[in-house]
Write a protein that binds this ligand. Structure first.
Ligand code: ADP
Length: 316
């Protein structure tokens, strides 16, 4: 059974073949496997961590393609379920030069939200040391309840929980609901990664210090705010620091955050108590994760750009 599990969305990203255009302007798209938690599962597997993915695709050609991609990357697919009644979710993506993404989801409904609580195998979840989740699977039922069930089961089983809200506002009926559910699952997390673009939405009008206090006050042990090319900020309430990013010629920023999360989680596995970690332990982990994030910007598509340990080491 895999040691690290990721639950949530697995879908096809149709990525614009032309950079720096809107979706309306894009002349064509290439098919790429996507979904942040699935990317993290592949990222972990590429880093040598025994990983599995829990989620749903349609019983269709795109679902078969996605299963194959996970399997080719050594991700366990025992709980990747093929839904007979809905289609694999699709997203069309164009990335502008300032890093902003123009995204439209085809999910009315998509298979990813059909994962049901009774399809969660508690034994599978509780045999893992780590569960990583996001908020996209919380936007609709029954995947909301399935995700909550998995999170609570993992917590009860003593696993480390990792959370990247990965805000996709257009998938929610309204912003208040998105915020409510994003916060609802925060207290379960040991590690939280939020990007600077999401920070304001998530923490509202709280200033930076206040936002940090609010999140750590829920029992979160390590909070990381990623800052794009500027790197990241981390704090465990005891040690903190800004770690500069690497300067690279960017090809495609999609998935940088997922590469970052996978690399950070892989490195954190060697430590039991995250609150006791000092700057001298956390700084190199965040530098390593920044390197993984930078490497992920070097190729088109997310999965092909997720780095191996030797790629990260030679980059560093
Ligand atoms: P997300 O992809 O979730 O929006 P970020 O854009 O903050 O998250 O990227 C995550 C990490 O990837 C950053 O902390 C940084 O280490 C790396 N990264 C992202 N964009 C760049 C870039 N343009 N150049 C170098 N590193 C980058």
């Amino acid at each position: 059974m895999p040691k690290a599990l990721c639950i949530g969305e697995l879908l096809i990203d149709f990525v614009s073949t032309t950079p720096d255009v809107t979706l309306a302007e894009a002349p064509g798209f290439v098919k790429a496997p996507g979904g942040a938690p699935a990317n993290v599962a592949v990222g972990l597997a590429k880093l040598g961590v025994d990983a599995g993915f829990i989620g749903k695709v349609g019983a269709d050609a795109f679902g078969d393609f996605l299963r194959e991609v996970l399997q080719q990357n050594s991700v366990d697919t025992a709980y990747l379920i093929a839904d007979e009644t809905s289609r694999t979710t699709l997203a069309f993506v164009a990335t502008r030069s300032d890093g902003m993404k123009d995204i439209t989801f085809y999910r009315h409904p998509g298979a990813d939200i059909q994962l049901a609580p009774d399809e969660i195998d508690i034994g599978y979840i509780q045999s893992a040391e780590l569960l990583h989740y996001g908020s996209v699977s919380l936007s609709h039922s029954p995947s909301r309840e399935a995700t909550l069930h998995a999170i609570r089961s993992a917590k009860a089983g003593g696993a480390r929980l990792s959370y990247d809200p990965n805000l996709r506002l257009m998938l929610w009926d309204n912003a208040d609901n998105a915020k409510r559910w994003i916060w609802e699952v925060m207290p379960y997390a040991d590690v939280v990664k939020i990007s600077d673009e999401e920070w304001e939405f998530v923490t509202g009008d709280a200033d930076f210090e206040e936002g940090i206090k609010r999140i750590l006050g829920l029992g979160v042990k390590l909070l990381v705010v990623t800052l794009g090319e500027r790197g990241c900020y981390y704090t465990n309430g005891f040690a903190d620091g800004f770690i500069d990013g690497f300067t690279v010629d960017v090809v495609d920023t999609l998935g940088a955050g997922d590469a970052f999360v996978a690399a950070m989680l892989a490195q954190l596995r060697q430590y039991m108590d995250l609150t006791a970690l000092e700057q001298e332990q956390l700084d190199p982990i965040m530098r390593y994760a920044n390197a993984a994030g930078a490497l992920a910007t070097q190729k088109v598509g997310v999965i092909p750009s997720l780095p191996t340990p030797s790629e990260i080491e030679s980059f560093l």
